[in-house]
Structures are given as structure tokens and as C-alpha cells.
Design a binder for this molecule. Structure first.
Ligand SMILES: [Zn+2]
Length: 1031
């Protein structure tokens, strides 16, 4: 269990709206025990035979086989997992009998050396694979034509079809000669066959003379295609297809001339997607136990092409008219209000939606077919509605209130009214992303939108922030859209920034400031890696596009906007700039420079640096500066260099940022009036302070995106100041010092002893940000030590944490708490306390769970404590079964998620394997929650090894479900590898991804995983010998 992934840290590293599910492990509503009058029926005990998944090392773990039980033949690249398994066996044995010392396995230099027999088998296998590969490589691919699939297929992406025709385009991005103006789309989904048919009419304009039209289409079986030029007759045409690039094309013998209009009409059939993208089907069980089917869409970033042929790039904006044919019992929704409904001869009903009143990108088109009910309210000229499945209607009111307030706020703030007549927010029972900002029809996971009557403020904070983020997108992203995915941050960084800005005004009781602060720390942590990238980065392939949905685009993007805003004179400067930007580019596409230019134009102060110049230094290069401070009397020298945890052999000596440095000192350190600004535009600079100043704190409230090293003297002065009276600094500054010193320790700039000295004041701390930041890093080290089986140090670290935080933990109450910051503070402390096995905490949690089960639904566990309670309960076999039964019957996703997290925290290997399998097959655990299950399981020593094995064994199925590079994909790899710190682990991870070729080592998430292991390894090498005496 990582007690910090709930509220402020792990969750904060994750984008809230897109392609990410794992942070939605929020507080459940209280389980309705009364609903099931017979209390909990005993859920059938796990049958070992049902545990189908048995990877090699886990077989060792689960069945306790000895080393000899593994056949030599299994000893290949993948089987180095076995070494990890054997470590575990040794450890388990050691735990069973204290007399049995742990014997470390010799670390392999690389993948396990194969036996002679394996070598022969491998060579034979490789020869066969190579031959097959060559055969398949030279076999031309199948191309769709009007005549069906010819015997000969295309050779390459721009190969030929059966008649020798070349596919006329060989790039991922489409040619610019044709522009779509409007789409007329008809869909007829069939829930009995899980197929749909489509009819697409695209009205286009020729921008440049051309002999081809190239657009996107993926997995669509086109049955009829016609083309009409100007006022001419429509005629049948042949469609060429390039499947790998998901493109189709029409070639013409005569050039289409610039200025001409033309119409392409396509009929096609396709399967409803069984993953979470495109036009996908989904089902859920209603309160009467009936299976209900629905279909929904998720098109960002590259999936509109799976639902209809289109120019599927953000810069091809057009209007859309959507028609949906449905059975009478279903309801349909789309971006626009319904215009008319027609009874069709087939017995189906056709819902036609108004043509979009705005030009929009394909990734924002959306529709839903299912059984939903709604609550609505008029806000200005917009009808705001929140939709859910009928039995969850009562949980929609909070979302309606919040969305209404936020819509009013944004209408005022941007001085541009929301342009559509309606705004629907829909809770989709099965949804991979947290939420998706489709214009006028925002789709959400149920946990991201629905709030029960007993929900805690922590849950409300999560729902409100996701709504605030998606609503901000209606301007940033929908109205003004990035030209290409390279500048995704213009959408995501802004929406993330606005999420905090808007809620601080609209719902100040949700205390968004601390959440944003923790987000900035996590963004720095990520950006300190070589595997990071510039905020604005050229991308091309689908994998690269997916990888842009990461914390750099979201959190660093938001962080640098905050830095800019706080360094501009006056509080309206920034706002004026973005209003100008939105007005100037409404309905259009932009790149990063457009934004900076707009902000530069409204500049009034001549003292302030040019915004474009300053901000380009933050968006065009990866990483961020480390500012080193040294002081002689009244002169304070500042020197900047790149903060890079591990050198990447590239010279970054030219990396330079325009840093708006802020600082306070001991004579005035709390209020905003104390803040002073110094622009550091060169490698070094000097500022003057009074010689009587005892200490300086730079980066006031950590609003700047940089880390400061104060040098030994500076750190000692700040440590003294904190020890004497920690309240001389704001809580943001205290957390900032803690974050920075841990980062510097990783870099080797300060010793771990200095870190611990700074933390000496902790027993007196009263605010959650500094406590959570300290606990995050300490428990991280604790978990790494645990995974290395450094049992002596694990015990010492545990004792250290309980010594310095124990008094705070003991002070926390277990009764209902109304104040947000108190909830935040105690949940962080108690989750850690219970995780570390603090007796008082565990007893309280057990008693609370017992009372909860016995009360049959009449007693409640406060929302902020549920995770601690469920996690403790799950450690007992009996209570785990009870929790599983509760999970099975819980109706609301939010309830279920916290129970699931509890279930996944079990140390029982058999249960772990069962959960992973269940999540993969989507039986009792929804597939959308598998990344969360994996992440939770990876918290434990055994769980980490089993999960890593599981990922390797099921890799193919995983990457079919979670697109390569997507946030879920990044989360799965990160969870499984981020706490490895030994050479054997590194070898194994490297070996596995090397074997995945194009889906392996060159992916950013894989590079990040490898780099993280190396950094962990280095930290351990540097600090292990001394930890003993420091702790
Ligand atoms: Zn977003």
C-alpha cells in the first residue's frame, strides 16, 4: 500500500481527464448493507484450480516448488524472473524460520545464461522465426478495393494493390491539399451482433491542385464508395487502403483543382470496439441483476477513424451532423441537442442531432446509446444536464451544482460565453479515461462524476476538479485547439491550470492549493529524468502521440503557467493575455508561439522581460534548472544549470532558462508583500541582501519550476530556522524545502544525514503538505529497502518514521471530520501508520471494520478513513473474503474501487494471482481497473514480483487493451518497475523490453523505467553503507 496515492501525490502525478484510470481510486460511498438484508452471503472461497495464470516465478511463489522443479528448458530471457522468485522463496523461508538466514542470490550480469539444450532449442526456434518473418515480410498485404480483397496484397505502406496501384501517401500526417468542411454521419449499432453500420458523407474543399484524397479509416469494412465533384454526378470509386497507417485514399486520373468542392460518400460496416476506444460497446449489471448493454465513444487522440472515415487530425476542423438509429427503448446523446426523431421502416428510431454550430476537430465528436436518466438546470443560455444509469440518479446532484457554478465562472473569466445550447455530463459505467471533454457531451467514469450523500470532501474535491478540468477544455482545446499533438500541453496544461484557478474561487473549501503544490513536485520529479521531453515536442507515430498524455503536458504545463502568472505585474495581466488569445484564435488551431505572442502583446511593464522570450526557454527544452546559491556578506550569487539526475552524455551546458526567481528572508517571509523578484537570465547572477539577513528562502511558495541548492551553510541556516520555529515559513515553503532536499539527495548534492536533520522538526508540523511530502519520500525508501530484503534497515526505517511521525499519528481522530485539510492530514498519517503496522492504528481499523460489517449498513466509516480500514481488513483471510463479497454487491464504482484497492493490498500470493487474472478477463474486476490493481499489488514485495511476471506473460493481451504509450500503459510499466533497485531487476526489465522490439526499449515509458531502476540502484549504493548509522 502506498498511503500517498490517494490524495496528494501518486494521484497527482496523473492526468485527470484522459486515458488514465488509476487515480480514480477514490473514497467510496458507504456500502449499503441494508440493501442486502441477509447481510453478506459468503462468497465462494477461491478454488485453486480457478487460478489459471501461473507464470514461472509465480508458480514458485504459489506452490512453493523448489528450484529443481523448473525445467532447464524454461530458462530463457524471461525466466530471470525466476531469480526474483527464488529471492522471494528464500525470504519467505527466512520469515517462516528466523533461524534460516537470507541468502542473496548471485546477481546475473545479464539475462540468465542458457543451458546447452536451451541454446539448441533457441537457435532452431530463431531460425524458424526468422524464416517465417521473411516470408511474411515479403508477402504483400491485403488492400481493400471495390472488388474486395485481391489475391495480392500491398507490400508496404505505400505499396501497390492487386492491380499494381501505389498507395499515394507514405506519411502519418495527411496531405494538406484537401480540407473537409462538413460531415454527415449516420450510425446503426446492433447490440445483438455487436456490429454497426455507418454512412458518411464528407463535403470537402480543394486547397491545392491534387490527384488524390487521403484520409483516415481503421478497421472499417467499406462496402460502397462514391465521389461527386462540384455539381457533377456521383460515381463509384475505388478505395485504396494502407492498414498500418490507418489511411484510405482515392486516386484520380485528372487533377482536382484548387477552389473546387467535392463530396465523398462511404458506406461501411464494423464491429463495435471491445476495447475502450472508437465506438465501443460496454455492459453493466443493473440493480435487478439484469445485464444492460450500451455503446459510447472515445475518440481522443486517434480513434474517430475507428467509427467513421475522416480527416482525423486536430487541425482538420469541420462541422458534424450526427444521426443515430436505435431501438425504441434506448436513449441517444451527441454533441448537439436532438433536432428530430423519425420512426424508420425497420422498426428502429432515428435520432437526428443539430449540425454543430461550431467547427470542431474529429477527436471531439461523441455519441452515446444506452439507458440513462438526467437532472438538468439552465445556466445563462445553456441547458446543463448530468446523466447516469437510472439507479444512480440521486448521485448526480453534486456534479450538476458544481458544473453550473463552474460554467458561470468560465463564462465570466474568459469573457466568451460557452457557445453551445447544451452541456451534457454523462457517467459511463465502463470508461477507460477519467473523463473526456467532447464538446457539449463530456463523458466521465462514474467515479469521476457521481457523488453520494455521505461522500467526504476528499471525494468531492476529486469530482469537482475533474469537472473543472473538462469544462476548461470547452475553451482550451475545443474552441482553440492545438494544431498537432506536439503542442498537446496547450490543451492539457491549460485545463489543468484552470482546474486549480477556477476551484480556488468557486469552491475554496476544497483547498486546491495543496493539491496543485504536490502536482508541481511530481512534475519536477518526472522532468528530472533524461527520458523526459520538452513541453512542446515533435511527435509523429501513434505511440508518440499517446506518450504525450503524460505529466509533462499536464503538470509541467500547468506549473509553468503558474510561474508566468505569478511573475507578471498585477493579477489581471495573465488573464487579459489569455482572453486575447482565445478571442484571436476562436475556432482555429494554434501552436505554442501563438500563446506567448498573445501574452506578450498585452504586456504593460517595460521592466518585465519579454514573455515569448522567457517562456520559450521553458517549453522548447526538456528539464528545468537547478539554482545554486552561495552567499558572501550582502552578495548572493546564483548559478543555474540543468537539474539532471543521471547524465545522458549529451552536453546541456548551453541549457539556459529565463528564471523569474522569487525570494523571502528571515525579516519578512510569510505574506506576499515579502516576496522579491530577481530575473536570472544568464548562467549566473548576483543579488544584494542586507548583511543582517540570516537566511533566504528562494522560490517563494514554490510557484517557480526549479530546484534550489542552498549549499551546506544555507541548508544549515534553514534547518536551524525550521527547528527553532517552523512557522517562519509558509507551509508551501516548508514542503518546498523538503521536496528540494530529497531531490538533491538523489543527485548526490546533499547527504541523507542533511535530509534527516531538516526533518527533525516534523513532530511539531501542523499542515498536510510538508508531512505528506516527507512521508512520500521516506516510505518510498522504505519500500525499496523492503524489496531488497534489507530487513535490518526496513525495521530501522519503520522505527524512524514512527518516531518522528508517531505523535502526529496518535493525535488523529477516527470519527467523522468535516474540515477538508484535517481529513487530508489524518488520512495521510493513518494510512502510513497502518501500512507500517503501527499497532494502535491497526487495532482501530480492525475494530472499525468489524463494527461496520456487524452493523449491517447502519454504521459508516468516514470516507477519508475507508482506505486505511479496508486495507487493514484485507490482510486477514477471513475479512478479505468478506470484503470481496462486499465488493461484489457494491453498486457504485467509487465504493468498489476503495474495496478493490483493499483487496489488492493482500500479501496472499494466491489471491494476488486470482485478482490479476480476474482483472485481465474483466470478470468480477472491470478491465478498466486493472492498472489500479497492478499498481496496488506492486506495493508489496511478493506482489511486485508476481505482477511483473504477469505483465510479461500477458503482454500481448495488455497492449491490445491499453494502447501502447497511453497513460494506462505508462502506469502499468511504472508500477511494476519503479521500486526495483538491483542489477538483476534491471537486467530482467531491459531484457524483456529489448525482446519487444518496436514496442519495447525505445518507448519513453520503458526508458523511464530503466532510468528509474538505475537511479534507485545508485542511491542504494551511495547510501546503504551509511543508512545504518543515520537511522
Ligand atoms: Zn484534459
Amino acid at each position: 500500500m502506498d498511503p500517498f496515492d490517494y490524495n496528494s501525490t501518486e494521484r497527482d502525478t496523473l492526468p485527470r481527464n484522459m486515458i488514465e484510470n488509476s487515480m480514480f481510486e477514490e473514497e467510496p460511498d458507504v456500502v449499503d448493507l441494508a440493501r442486502d438484508s441477509a447481510a453478506y452471503p459468503t462468497f465462494p472461497a477461491l478454488d485453486p484450480d480457478e487460478t489459471v495464470y501461473e507464470p514461472r516465478s509465480s508458480r514458485l511463489l504459489v506452490r512453493g516448488l523448489g528450484e529443481n522443479d523448473v525445467d532447464d528448458d524454461e530458462e530463457d530471457c524471461g525466466s530471470s524472473a525466476r531469480l526474483l522468485g527464488m529471492s522471494f522463496m528464500n525470504r519467505s523461508a527466512a520469515q517462516r524460520s528466523n533461524a534460516s538466514p537470507y541468502v542473496r542470490q548471485p546477481l546475473p550480469r545479464s539475462c540468465s545464461p542458457p543451458s546447452a539444450r536451451t541454446m539448441v532449442v533457441c537457435v532452431l526456434f530463431l531460425v524458424i522465426v526468422a524464416s517465417m518473418t521473411m516470408v511474411f515480410y515479403f508477402l504483400p498485404r491485403c488492400n481493400f478495393t471495390k472488388m474486395g480483397c485481391p489475391k495480392q496484397e500491398n507490400k508496404t505502406s505505400n505499396g501497390t494493390d492487386g492491380t499494381g496501384e501505389l498507395f499515394p501517401w507514405a506519411q502519418y500526417q495527411l496531405p494538406r491539399s484537401i480540407r473537409p468542411l462538413s460531415y454527415d454521419l449516420t450510425f446503426t449499432p446492433d447490440f445483438s451482433t455487436m456490429d454497426f453500420s455507418g454512412h458518411t458523407v464528407i463535403d470537402m474543399f480543394v486547397l491545392h491542385n491534387t490527384k488524390r484524397i487521403v484520409l483516415h479509416s481503421a478497421n472499417l469494412n467499406i462496402t460502397k464508395a462514391t465521389f461527386k465533384l462540384g455539381d457533377g454526378e456521383a460515381s463509384d470509386i475505388t478505395i485504396l487502403e494502407d492498414k498500418p497507417r490507418e489511411q484510405i485514399a482515392v486516386k484520380f486520373s485528372e487533377e482536382l483543382k484548387a477552389g473546387q468542392h467535392c463530396v465523398l460518400t462511404l458506406d461501411y460496416t464494423a464491429s463495435l470496439s471491445h476495447t475502450y476506444d472508437g465506438f465501443y460497446n460496454s455492459s453493466y449489471t443493473d440493480q435487478d441483476g439484469n445485464k444492460r448493454v450500451l455503446a459510447a465513444t472515445q475518440f481522443e487522440p486517434l480513434y474517430a477513424r475507428k467509427a467513421f472515415p475522416c480527416f482525423d487530425e486536430p487541425s482538420f476542423k469541420a462541422t458534424f451532423l450526427v444521426k443515430l438509429n436505435r431501438k425504441p427503448e434506448y436513449l441517444t446523446l451527441s454533441n448537439m441537442p436532438q433536432a428530430q426523431t423519425t420512426q424508420l421502416a425497420s422498426g428502429l428510431v432515428q435520432d437526428e442531432f443539430a449540425k454543430t454550430s461550431v467547427n470542431m476537430s474529429t477527436y471531439l465528436v461523441a455519441f452515446v446509446v444506452g439507458n440513462f436518466t438526467s437532472v438538468s438546470r439552465n445556466v445563462s443560455d445553456t441547458l446543463v444536464s448530468v446523466y447516469s444509469v437510472p439507479e444512480k440518479k440521486e448521485h448526480t446532484h453534486y456534479a450538476l451544482d458544481t458544473a453550473s457554478k463552474l460554467l458561470e465562472f468560465y463564462n465570466d473569466f474568459f469573457e466568451i460565453s460557452y457557445p453551445l445550447q447544451k452541456l451534457d455530463l454523462v457517467a459511463v459505467p465502463d470508461f477507460m479515461a477519467g473523463a473526456m471533454e467532447n464538446w457539449g457531451l463530456i463523458t466521465f467514469r462514474e467515479t469521476a462524476l457521481l457523488v453520494g450523500g455521505h461522500s467526504s470532501l476528499l471525494e468531492k474535491q476529486q469530482v469537482a476538479s475533474i469537472i473543472a478540468h473538462e469544462l476548461a477544455h470547452q475553451w482550451f482545446g475545443n474552441l482553440v485547439t492545438m494544431s498537432w499533438w506536439s503542442d498537446l500541453w496547450l490543451n492539457e496544461g491549460f485545463a489543468t491550470y484552470m482546474e486549480f484557478t477556477s476551484l480556488q474561487t468557486v469552491l475554496p473549501q476544497l483547498d486546491m492549493g495543496n493539491l496543485f503544490l504536490a502536482n508541481r513536485f511530481r512534475a519536477l520529479d518526472k522532468d528530472a529524468l533524461n527520458s523526459s521531453h520538452a513541453v512542446s515536442t515533435q511527435v509523429n507515430t501513434p505511440e508518440q502521440v499517446h506518450e504525450m498524455f503524460d505529466s509533462v503536458s499536464y503538470l509541467k504545463g500547468a506549473s509553468i503557467l503558474l510561474m508566468l502568472n505569478t511573475s507578471l505585474p498585477g493579477d489581471q495581466q495573465f488573464r487579459k493575455g489569455i482572453i486575447q488569445y482565445l478571442k484571436q484564435f476562436a475556432g482555429l488551431n494554434t501552436d505554442t508561439d501563438d500563446l506567448w505572442n498573445s501574452l506578450t502583446e498585452v504586456e504593460v511593464s517595460s521592466q518585465h522581460p519579454n514573455v515569448s522570450e522567457m517562456m520559450r526557454s521553458w517549453t522548447s527544452q526538456k528539464g528545468f534548472p537547478l539554482v545554486t546559491v552561495s552567499r558572501k556578506g550582502d552578495a548572493v550569487s546564483l548559478k543555474q544549470e540543468i537539474f539532471q539526475l543521471m547524465s545522458d552524455n549529451a552536453s546541456h551546458s548551453s541549457s539556459l532558462w529565463n528564471i523569474p526567481m522569487t525570494y523571502v528572508n528571515d525579516s519578512c517571509s510569510l505574506g506576499p508583500e515579502c516576496k522579491q523578484l530577481f530575473m536570472l537570465n544568464a548562467q549566473s547572477g548576483t543579488l544584494k541582501v542586507s548583511a543582517t539577513v540570516k537566511w533566504l528562502k528562494l522560490n517563494y511558495r514554490n510557484t517557480g519550476f526549479y530546484i534550489v541548492d542552498y549549499g551546506d551553510e544555507g541548508w544549515a541556516a534553514l534547518t536551524d530556522a525550521m527547528t527553532n520555529n517552523f512557522q517562519v515559513l509558509t507551509q508551501e515553503d516548508r514542503a518546498s524545502l523538503i521536496h528540494n532536499i530529497f531531490a538533491l539527495s538523489k543527485l548526490g548534492r546533499v547527504s541523507f544525514r542533511q535530509v534527516l536533520s531538516l526533518l527533525n522538526y516534523m513532530p511539531n508540523e501542523t499542515e498536510s503538505s510538508p508531512v505528506k511530502e516527507a512521508l512520500l519520500h521516506l516510505t518510498d525508501i522504505y519500500k525499496m529497502l523492503d524489496k531488497r530484503y534489507e530487513q535490518g534497515l526496513v525495521t530501522r526505517m519503520k522505527a524512524y518514521i514512527l518516531k518522528y511521525f508517531g505523535a502526529l499519528m496518535d493525535k488523529q481522530t477516527w470519527t467523522k471530520e468535516e474540515d477538508f485539510s484535517k481529513q487530508d492530514f489524518r488520512s495521510a498519517l493513518l494510512e502510513t501508520a497502518c501500512h507500517l503496522g503501527q499497532e494502535k492504528c491497526q487495532q482501530q481499523a480492525k475494530a472499525m471494520f468489524k463494527q461496520y460489517v456487524a452493523s449491517n449498513g447502519t454504521s459508516q466509516i468516514p470516507g477519508d478513513l475507508q482506505r486505511a480500514v479496508f486495507t487493514v481488513a484485507a490482510q486477514s483471510s477471513e475479512d478479505w473474503e468478506t470484503l470481496l463479497t462486499m465488493y461484489h454487491y457494491a453498486t457504485y464504482d467509487s465504493e468498489k474501487l476503495k474495496m478493490l484497492k483493499g483487496l489488492a493490498s493482500t500479501q496472499d500470493t494466491q489471491k494476488i494471482v486470482w485478482l490479476l487474472n480476474t482483472g485481465l478477463n474483466g470478470n468480477m474486476v472491470q478491465v478498466q481497473n486493472l492498472p489500479l490493481v497492478i499498481r496496488t499489488i506492486c506495493e508489496s514485495f511478493a506482489g511486485n514480483l508476481i505482477a511483473w511476471d504477469f505483465i510479461q506473460e500477458n503482454w500481448k493481451q495488455l497492449i491490445q487493451t491499453f494502447p501502447i504509450g497511453s497513460f494506462s500503459f505508462q502506469s502499468i510499466i511504472g508500477s511494476a518497475t519503479s521500486r526495483f533497485s538491483e542489477q538483476s531487476h534491471l537486467n530482467q526489465v531491459q531484457c524483456f523490453f529489448d525482446s519487444q522490439r518496436e514496442h519495447g526499449s525505445q518507448l519513453r515509458s520503458v526508458q523511464e523505467a530503466l532510468e528509474t531502476i538505475r537511479l534507485n540502484q545508485r542511491w542504494m549504493e551511495r547510501n546503504l553503507p551509511s543508512l545504518d548509522k543515520w537511522l
